[in-house]
Write a protein that binds this ligand. Structure first.
Ligand SMILES: Cc1cc2nc3c(=O)[nH]c(=O)nc-3n(C[C@H](O)[C@H](O)[C@H](O)COP(=O)(O)OP(=O)(O)OC[C@H]3O[C@@H](n4cnc5c(N)ncnc54)[C@H](O)[C@@H]3O)c2cc1C
Length: 534
């Protein structure tokens, strides 16, 4: 190896790679980050997608970002501002809408138009979700107990069991149900009307190719409520200037500690000799040596593309081969000459406050299931489930005055299409389907579009090396979370090659813009180094 050696190499400058690098540098290590793209940020990126119009390209909302990561990495000092939304959610319905503001009584009045019983059940359901969100947050922050681990793993298991014990018996049962049931079965128990079931049901299939009745989808809802903004569990915010502001702030902090970040530096191989790493080889032939390699990549990129799996034990090889990845997510941005009008949502104070939140098209669980069935048959939903955000209602830095940008996050769109079709051939036509779907709720939408950016599942895979276009680096199914992520026996970030660690979303607690896998991987690396294991 011919370079000036560093203590540690981080493969990938996604937000978790940057968080890992930052904590390693805080721990006194010399760190080099190698990113294959010409931009840093991974799925946490802002781009100009139409002249004068910028927006988050992939992820578009913040909630899960760990408070400690924000504080330790001084993200606000390095330029990050979170823009708080009024809260609540707006669900579009054929010729109608349901807006649930933060005020419980007003939300109940909105629900009562569809079902008085559901309006009554709503506060208890929200309270239950809030309690669960707080518990899951604690679990998400910690490294899970590892199978075959030592006393520290047993201690973590006891601590987590103790948090569970502190819940009331009713909450213990509810949590066990939420961890195992489908979102549809949970919602059918609580509610009777379609709009509220559609609203919560969507949370179970975000980035998750599943029906409302697929077991485990209720956990995906929990995964989306463990965050907090300003002490409000489950709230979501915008990053001013788009999500790229988060990774730019992380990179700025890293650089202040002397971390070297190289772009256009795709890693082709992690060098392994006698079960130990000694560095990496880049796609362009450059070599960098280090005894520590932390990988921010999808686990199957690390084991498959960068490291020959034959360097790992047979049981690991078998499990990693079966690791599942598919989100069925299609992501668009549009540049708008004016604000869209949605049926029966006035552009008055109340209507505009509603539109500052997430605007969903998911009127019922049956609608969700039809989207799944269509995708199973032809590769994409004829009427997709869509989550829309208009950040320009709160952020004037993204578009010319009076104009807007909108993010559209859409389900279900399969990574692999039937009959040998390629996303490159059909994505424009499929984007038209998305626009048709929104236009059915918004008469001026199509006319207002001045430019659009499309990221099909193939684009997501190709641009970010997210296999299967999986936005979480692997499904959040029950066999791929907690101590089983990425596979049993390797949940503590230590991979089966000495000196190699997983620091991306393929590690616990999984995908989402949290920074937790990066932070926790760094803590394990620093511990191993302190005890002389690497
Ligand atoms: C369309 C979409 C919408 C989403 N919406 C939200 C949202 O609103 N809120 C939220 O919290 N989460 C959202 N998510 C999920 C979240 O953004 C991701 O789970 C998370 O950002 C992944 O972060 P990461 O750092 O683990 O990995 P990544 O962001 O995937 O970063 C990995 C990095 O490694 C690089 N890399 C890969 N291979 C190599 C190699 N061989 N050599 C060098 N570098 C390599 C990649 O280029 C990339 O930069 C969304 C994701 C997507 C894709």
């Amino acid at each position: 190896m011919s370079d000036n050696a560093m203590d540690a190499i981080v493969i990938g400058a996604g937000h978790n790679g940057l968080a890992c690098a930052a904590y390693l540098a805080r721990g006194g290590l010399k760190v080099r980050v190698l990113e294959r793209r010409s931009v840093i940020g991974g799925a946490v990126l802002t781009e100009e997608f139409h002249p004068g119009y910028r927006n988050s390209v992939f992820s578009y909302l913040v909630s899960l970002l760990d408070r400690d990561v924000m504080a330790d990495l001084e993200l606000e000092k390095h330029g990050l501002t979170l823009l708080h939304r009024p809260g609540g959610s707006l669900s579009l319905l054929p010729g109608d809408h349901m807006y649930l503001p933060r005020d419980t009584q007003q939300a109940q009045e909105a629900i009562a138009r569809f079902s008085k019983a559901d309006a009554q059940a709503y506060p208890a359901f929200e309270a239950m979700l809030e309690d669960m969100g707080e518990l899951v947050r604690g679990v998400a922050k910690d490294i899970p107990p590892n199978f075959g681990g030592g006393w520290s793993d047993i201690w973590r298991l006891i601590q987590q069991a103790n948090a569970f014990r502190r819940l009331s018996p009713e909450r213990q049962i509810e949590l066990s149900e939420l961890m195992t049931m489908s979102i549809g079965d949970v919602l059918d128990r609580w509610f009777e009307s379609d709009p509220i079931k559609g609203l919560y049901g969507f949370e179970g299939i975000i980035g998750n190719y599943a029906t409302a009745y697929t077991p485990g989808t209720a956990y995906v809802l929990l995964h989306h409520v463990f965050g907090e903004i300003d002490g409000r569990t489950g709230a979501w915010a915008y990053a001013k200037g788009g999500m790229g502001a988060i990774t730019q702030a992380m990179a700025s902090y890293c650089e202040s500690l002397g971390v070297e970040i190289l772009t256009d530096a795709g890693v082709a191989e992690v060098v392994v000799n006698n079960g130990k790493t000694s560095g990496v080889v880049l796609e362009d032939g450059r070599r960098f040596s280090a005894g520590i390699v932390a990988s921010n990549t999808h686990p199957k990129v690390l084991f498959g593309q960068l490291i020959d799996v034959t360097h790992t034990p047979p049981a690991f090889q078998q499990r990693i081969a079966g690791y599942q990845s598919e989100s069925a997510t299609f992501r668009m941005n549009v540049a708008l000459s004016e604000l869209p009008r949605f049926a029966s949502v006035d552009h008055d104070e109340r209507g505009l406050a509603a539109m500052q939140n997430t605007i969903d098209i998911c009127p019922s669980l049956a609608y969700m299931n039809q989207a799944y069935d269509d995708a199973k048959e032809q590769g994409w939903a004829n009427k997709p489930v869509i989550s829309m955000c208009i950040p320009t209602l709160l952020d004037d830095s993204l578009a010319p005055q009076g104009c807007h940008v909108m993010s559209l996050f859409c389900q279900h769109f399969r990574r692999h299409l039937p009959d040998g079709q390629s996303w490159d051939e059909v994505k424009e036509q499929v984007a038209d389907t998305v626009i048709d779907t929104v236009s059915a709720y918004s008469p001026n939408f199509r006319e207002a579009i001045m430019g659009r950016q499309i990221n099909s599942p193939l684009d997501i895979e190709r641009k970010l090396n997210m296999l299967g276009g999986d936005i979480f680096h692997g499904k959040l199914s029950l066999n791929q979370i907690f101590s089983l992520r990425p596979v049993g026996g390797y949940a503590d970030h230590r991979m089966p090659v000495e000196g190699v660690y997983l620091c991306g979303s393929g590690a616990h607690p999984g995908g989402g813009v949290s920074g937790i896998p990066g932070k926790n991987a760094a803590s394990v690396i620093l511990k191993d180094r302190k005890r002389g294991a690497i």
